[in-house]
Ligand binder design. Structure first.
Ligand SMILES: *Cc1c(COP(=O)(O)O)cnc(C)c1O
Length: 399
């Protein structure tokens, strides 16, 4: 054998072992040549911001989820901030959310100088417990003005039941669907996509790379209410109104609200446009992966998030609950498998403790937090990689 051939063989061998042992993260964006081409087209165009790619992204997203109005924003935190701002009518009434979410769901309330409060989760779905919510509202019917449910891990909340509760107590709903683009639920009025707007006043989505649609940064606000749409549109761009023709001069500008610069650039929206084409396929692939995990963990008697046959779960995350969670996390890490904890109950963060929240406030969420682990879940996860994750967990628990 020639030296060249030997070197080639050695190289190929190293490649395969490296591939086999390569690190598996818990989530990863899927960027292909079409995405790259789409961004390059925008870079070569006249508009890097405030241009046609943003409008196209808003239109496509609206037709995907079936709502009337959409506004692209620079991230979902901005969308939540403006959603609460647009809906909050009473500076003395609090807003309810779930403790098992990313901090931004609750922070959006604080940005608006309002008080936030938490309703514990259901121990099996990990979503806000609607029985506990109703009980809390029965006890304090005049304390709250709105509610921010979260479609945690991609599982849609029972939005029809939530709307009934909200109507009874005169509350608005901002659905934080950052985990659930492409998710949906059967209702008495037909199938409702997350963001459809027939039950929630506003729904928000995130385009952070770890979420389904990667823009780098980005968010979307969906609503069926024209007044909310107009107000958020104004707030997104400094609160400044521009000429729309008629009797106003072309240069016309007037500031009506203390707004922000929360606009999404066209560069990112063009990535969103090509990413959106893949959403359907990616949610299907996530569901395939979830089915394989579910079967494997049922056999191992490991608890995973309860599924609901009347929902399409968008599966941003696949969450299991295990004893010795930190040991398993470290074990998987040592074998090049990345996992994550979603989430530390929001009110246990030092900042929230400084607002007066204490350990023990939502016992179900705290018990869940001790055991939860999010496993690798992304559309380009290979079958062999998923098998490795399952086998390692089996090895750890000695089965
Ligand atoms: C990611 C996330 C957000 C914030 O999204 P950004 O686009 O990063 O601002 C808010 N809520 C939930 C539930 C999220 O997962």
């Amino acid at each position: 054998m020639s030296l060249g051939l030997l070197l080639l063989l050695k190289f190929l061998l190293m490649e395969t072992t490296c591939n086999f042992m390569s690190f598996i993260p818990y989530g990863r964006q899927d960027i292909d040549q079409k995405d790259i081409d789409s961004v390059i087209r925008t870079l070569k165009s006249d508009y890097l911001t405030c241009g046609p790619a943003v409008e196209e992204f808003e239109k496509s997203f609206a037709s995907l989820v079936g709502c009337k109005y959409t506004l692209a924003l620079n991230n979902a935190t901005a969308a939540l901030h403006l959603a609460v701002k647009a809906l909050a009518k009473d500076s003395k009434k609090k807003v309810l959310t779930t403790p098992i979410t990313f901090a931004a769901s609750a922070n959006s309330v604080l940005y608006n100088n309002l008080e936030v409060d938490f309703v514990d989760i259901d121990p099996d779905s990990y979503l806000m417990d609607l029985d506990l919510l109703e009980a809390k509202l029965d006890d304090f019917p005049n304390l709250y003005q709105g509610i921010i449910p979260v479609d945690f891990a991609g599982l849609p909340i029972d939005i029809e039941r939530l709307r009934k509760i909200a109507n009874k107590f005169n509350l608005w709903i901002v659905e934080d669907a950052c985990h659930a683009p492409g998710g949906g639920i059967d209702t008495s009025r037909g199938y409702e996509m997350c963001g459809g707007g027939n039950f929630s006043d506003i729904t928000t989505f995130s385009f952070h790379p770890v979420k389904h649609i990667a823009c780098g940064e980005g968010g979307m606000l969906c609503t069926n209410n024209e007044q909310i749409y107009s107000l958020v549109k104004l707030l997104r761009s400094h609160g400044i109104e521009r000429s729309v023709g008629g009797d106003k001069p072309l240069w016309f500008q007037e500031m009506h609200e203390l707004g922000f610069n929360y606009r999404m650039p066209d560069i990112l929206a063009s990535l969103g446009n090509s990413q959106l084409d893949k959403l359907d396929k990616s949610v299907k692939r996530r569901n395939e992966i979830a089915m394989i995990y579910t079967d494997a963990f049922n056999k191992m008697e490991i608890k995973s998030q309860l599924q609901n046959s009347s929902c399409t779960n968008a599966y941003h995350l696949f969450v299991i609950e295990v004893e010795k969670r930190d040991e398993l996390y470290n074990f998987l890490r040592s074998k090049d498998v990345g996992t994550q904890i979603h989430y530390v109950p929001v009110y246990l963060h030092p900042y929230y403790e400084s607002l007066g929240f204490r350990r023990g406030y939502c016992p179900v969420a705290e018990a869940y937090f001790e055991k939860c682990l999010s496993l690798p879940m992304f559309p380009t996860l290979k079958d062999s990689e998923q098998r490795r994750v399952i086998e390692l967990i089996g090895e750890f628990f000695g089965s």
